[in-house]
Design a protein around this ligand. Structure first.
Ligand SMILES: [Zn+2]
Ligand SMILES: [Zn+2]
Length: 135
């Protein structure tokens, strides 16, 4: 593989740059939008960006929103369980919260049904409080 500019940065540096761009965006962004944001940062090669995103997700610093096919910086210092998201279709705001009860209910169903869970996605779509108030 040819040496690219992004190769000069360590993985830790790449992660910092990518998470900073996610925080800067302040909303869910697609990988494509993120790469636009990262222009000139030295972290631009798609495989590099995807690898950094995966590390950030594994470390709990970012999340992937399946229903939007987008990434968002984590707003929580710690998750006690998998994060749940409420996504406003009107303004695009994303609220993260933990719901141990919801996770437990789903896990216990899977266990009882001998369903092997590969991924669990918990996303509520609708309108946030301020958008409901504005209508
Ligand atoms: Zn989070
Ligand atoms: Zn809203």
């Amino acid at each position: 593989m040819p040496q690219k500019l992004s190769k000069r940065r360590s993985a830790a540096d790449q992660d910092k740059i990518v998470v900073a761009a996610l925080r800067e965006a302040g909303r869910p962004v697609s990988a494509y939008e993120l790469m636009e944001e990262l222009k000139g940062s030295g972290v631009t090669a798609p495989p590099t960006v995807y690898r950094a995103l995966q590390r950030l997700i594994d470390d709990g610093l970012a999340h992937r929103l399946e229903s939007l096919n987008a990434f968002v910086a984590c707003n929580h210092p710690h998750h006690t369980t998998k994060a749940v998201f409420a996504i406003c279709d009107a303004c695009g705001s994303v609220t993260e919260f933990d719901s141990a009860a919801a996770i437990k209910a789903l896990q216990s169903w899977a266990k009882g049904s001998e369903f092997q869970v590969r991924a669990m996605t918990l996303e509520l779509r609708g309108n946030c409080k301020s958008c409901v108030a504005a209508t």
